[in-house]
Design a protein around this ligand. Structure first.
Ligand SMILES: Cc1cc2nc3c(=O)[nH]c(=O)nc-3n(C[C@H](O)[C@H](O)[C@H](O)COP(=O)(O)OP(=O)(O)OC[C@H]3O[C@@H](n4cnc5c(N)ncnc54)[C@H](O)[C@@H]3O)c2cc1C
Length: 363
């Protein structure tokens, strides 16, 4: 008999949420390379829920996650994870667009000025997407890990998968400390390392590429910014949102191909972010309080990958969550769990065709 029924590689939000869905039904172990599970992308996000982000198929998962994030079951959390903020998509030229199913409307320049005082005159068009909200990522990730453990799941931190091999329907995984673990199902939820983990297990890579994104926390000479909407450029050059009375989180919307690593911000990207920010508002930049970077990992078609590899028995992909891996989590975990367990899907995702996200699309 194997040590576990399912071995999940990666304790970020992808592995934790899928683990939380299956732990009551399968003996499940999460192995996480780092000392704590939120060390990589999950702990570095911009933490918003934006329905228009990622295109129509990602929006299926984003929309299906909203109810859970807003009012989770009482035994999961005693409060919701969203804080409504709204988003302004701004443009110097054409009207910004969002997918047809997303609620948004055009607002006149005077309304834009009231919402973003000090906005420069050449930003002439704006679309308001009121549903945009902040997500309490740390609380959500912790709640998934708590549910996982309560259902009998085990989390092993400081436990990096080094290699894996499958024989007679059982995966044997070698960990960095020299120990081995066995399970018939191996879930690859290794974020930026998804292709590396596949390779270490003798499974063909899917072409999941990590891309670095930079975030900068600025103190500015303008007060009253705490509830500033998320402001983003229709041409994808920046976004920023209020984080404190005189504080914003800003990104230059960079997407720099890199090897999987402990990502760090580059000075040039911080400078670019500030330059673009100063082209939007006349608020004096007083200090860069901190900056950080994280990796957003994309499959070749920029859709996430949930499902069994068609060539490697028992190897399940849970990867490629790009820049939407938090906002899609509740629905994605339920959809992935139904495929993994070969069970009918939860009602919240019953109208989403799992084939859209299957790795079979790359065969
Ligand atoms: C700057 C930035 C802003 C973002 N903003 C948003 C946002 O506003 N909204 C949103 O929804 N999403 C956002 N995202 C995307 C989101 O953060 C990711 O999609 C999500 O965190 C991916 O989760 P994950 O669990 O797949 O990855 P991770 O959190 O990176 O987890 C993968 C884990 O696998 C572990 N691992 C890797 N290799 C091994 C191994 N060999 N053995 C054991 N463990 C291993 C790693 O240590 C890591 O902890 C943003 C991302 C970035 C970088």
């Amino acid at each position: 008999m194997s040590d576990f029924d399912v071995l999940i590689v990666g304790g970020g939000i992808a592995g934790a949420s899928l683990g939380a869905e299956i732990a009551a039904k399968r003996r499940t172990l999460i192995v996480e390379a780092e000392a704590h599970c939120g060390y990589h992308s999950t702990g570095r996000s911009a933490a918003f829920w934006l329905e228009s982000y990622g295109g129509e198929q990602v929006a299926l998962l984003t929309s299906a996650s909203r109810a859970f994030l807003e009012s989770p079951p009482a035994d999961f959390s005693d409060r919701g994870f969203l804080h409504e903020r709204g988003a302004l998509h701004i443009s110097e030229g054409e009207w910004p667009e969002v997918p047809p199913n997303v609620t948004a409307w055009r607002i006149p320049r005077d309304e834009l000025e009231a919402m973003v005082p000090g906005i420069r005159p050449h930003w002439i068009k704006a679309l308001l997407e009121p549903g945009c909200a902040d997500i309490d990522v740390a609380a959500l990730h912790s709640a998934f890990l708590r549910r996982f453990r309560q259902a009998g799941g085990i989390v092993a931190t400081d436990s990096r998968l080094i290699e894996g091999a499958q024989a007679n329907g059982i995966w044997t995984v070698g960990l960095a400390d020299g120990s081995t673990v066995t399970a018939p199902i191996l879930v690859n939820a290794a974020g930026a390392w998804a292709d590396s983990v596949a390779q270490a297990c003798g499974v063909e890579r899917l072409g999941i590429e990590p891309k670095r994104r930079t975030m900068v926390q600025l103190r500015v000479g303008r007060a009253g910014l705490r509830d500033l909407p998320l402001v983003d450029d229709a041409d994808g050059r920046f976004y920023f949102k209020g984080e404190g009375d005189q504080m914003v989180w800003l990104s230059p919307h960079d997407e720099i191909a890199t090897d999987p690593c402990d990502a760090a911000p580059e000075e040039i990207d911080v400078a670019t972010a500030i330059d673009r920010f100063e082209s939007v508002v006349d608020w004096p930049v007083e200090a860069v309080e901190r900056s950080w970077a994280g990796l957003r990992s994309f499959a070749p078609d920029r859709l996430p990958v949930y499902g069994y590899d068609s060539r490697a028995r028992g190897f399940f992909w849970c990867a490629g969550q790009g820049g939407f891996g938090i906002q899609t989590t509740p629905a994605a975990a339920r959809l992935a769990a139904a495929v993994l367990l070969d069970e009918p899907p939860d009602a919240a995702v019953a109208n989403i065709d799992p084939a859209i996200f299957s790795p079979a699309r790359f065969d």
